[in-house]
Design a protein around this ligand. Structure first.
Ligand SMILES: Cc1cc2nc3c(=O)[nH]c(=O)nc-3n(C[C@H](O)[C@H](O)[C@H](O)COP(=O)(O)OP(=O)(O)OC[C@H]3O[C@@H](n4cnc5c(N)ncnc54)[C@H](O)[C@@H]3O)c2cc1C
Length: 368
């Protein structure tokens, strides 16, 4: 997110940009642990537009940045066993189609015929979008990093922000852990899972909490078709997709409390395997080769929080992407750059307003 914002700013002619990363390596947080999924199905039209911009950029990434985003248009298949959820999915599919998303609504029989690896007797329906797919977050971050540096963005590693300074009601800069003071009329919080604590340094409440998500990859596996969509089932929040000749699988555990734990463990592996085998029994013959865990940065309604703090002009944030921050990072970088330079954002940012939490909000449907 930080690299995308820096790139979109420098491309607009903004200079004197410093990107501060507390770790010894750039793109070392959630972005290094993402499953790389990119999809157009969202509950808010603005989020659909966010994904469309991301998809366009990933398609033309090599022309723009000299490195391929390795986009694989495998499609996204969401399946559900819940008739209430299905009604919402059908309504949202109609909205998505008005925005040019070719999403199909599939009957249980369609799913049985087209996706024979799914064994779900109580399936109610599914949606499929063939424009969706998977890209490489590391390559994307590298492309932005290289361009941003070429255009003069300074990247400082091992530079944890420990203070955000202000004067006369405006932000004036930051201080890093070694005491370095950086004066700046604009500071952007793009701290991913640590967004809440960085917001607190500025006295700006950002309700974002880290939750562990684990991903495992099988050894080479020929028991499923060589091409399958990213396939997600809502009720147990599990998903599978191809990772080369292997299968990558992941799951959310709604009972796991918020933490910054990024270790994998036997318990999460067993839960995931048990769940996935319940609807993709062919995987019984697969063996797990490796796995990793990372942090989702979750907002109360599963939608990002983007804007400038009313209480502290000059302090911006692009946080709380709740598991879809990779696919939304191109658009988020663009809108933050537009806000900073005083341009009208290319999409309506109302769904992302921090102030929405004072009212009832609508939870994003398409979150796993
Ligand atoms: C297992 C898993 C699977 C995922 N799958 C997908 C997917 O399929 N598709 C998708 O779109 N998204 C996915 N996501 C979500 C996506 O990875 C995140 O939304 C995205 O990477 C967030 O990017 P970010 O730049 O905001 O956060 P990060 O990449 O975490 O970057 C924030 C950076 O801020 C740094 N930082 C924190 N505090 C400070 C400080 N005080 N000073 C300086 N630096 C600081 C951190 O070290 C970190 O490097 C997945 C996430 C996980 C964990």
């Amino acid at each position: 997110m930080g690299l995308s914002i820096a790139y979109h700013l420098v491309e607009r002619g903004v200079r004197d940009i410093v990107l501060l990363e507390r770790e010894p390596m750039w793109a070392w947080g959630s972005s290094a642990r993402s499953a790389g999924g990119v999809r157009l199905e969202f509950s808010h039209p603005s989020s659909v537009r966010f994904s469309q911009y991301g998809l366009e950029m990933f398609h033309s990434f090599e022309d723009l940045f000299g490195i391929s985003a390795s986009f694989n248009p495998c499609g996204y298949l969401f399946v559900t066993r819940d008739s209430q959820r299905w009604n919402i999915m059908v309504e949202l599919a109609a909205m998505q189609r008005t925005l040019g998303v070719p999403v199909e609504t599939l009957t249980p029989d369609d799913v049985r015929v087209r996706y024979r690896y799914i064994h779900m007797p109580d399936i109610v329906g599914a949606t499929f979008c063939g424009l969706d797919g998977v890209a490489d977050p590391g390559a994307v971050a590298y492309g932005w990093m290289r361009r941003a540096q070429t255009l003069g963005v300074e990247i400082r590693l091992n530079a944890q922000v420990t203070q955000i300074t202000q004067s006369g009601g405006r932000v004036t800069g930051v201080v890093t852990q070694d005491g370095t003071v950086i004066h700046a009329p604009v500071v952007v919080n793009a701290a991913g899972p640590q967004a809440r604590s960085v917001g607190a340094l500025a006295g700006v409440a950002l309700p974002v909490d880290p939750y562990r998500r684990s991903v495992y990859v099988t050894d080479t596996f020929s028991g499923l078709p060589p091409e399958i969509p990213m396939t997600l089932e809502f009720e147990n929040t599990s998903y599978i997709r191809r990772e080369g000749r292997s299968i990558l699988m992941g799951m959310s555990d709604p009972l796991e409390p918020s933490s910054e734990n990024v270790e994998t463990d036997q318990e999460s592996l067993e839960k995931l395997v048990g769940t996935v085998l319940s609807w993709v029994p062919a995987l019984e013959k697969a063996s797990i080769m490796r796995g990793w865990a990372g942090l989702y940065e979750v907002s109360p309604d599963g939608t990002a929080i983007i804007g400038e703090a009313d209480s502290l002009p000059g302090f911006f944030y692009a946080v709380g992407f709740s598991g879809h921050g990779f696919m939304h990072s191109p658009a988020a970088g663009r809108v933050v750059a537009e806000l900073i330079t005083g341009e009208a954002p290319f999409v309506d940012l109302t769904p992302y307003a921090r102030e929405r939490f004072q009212h009832q909000t609508t939870h994003e449907t398409f979150v796993i």
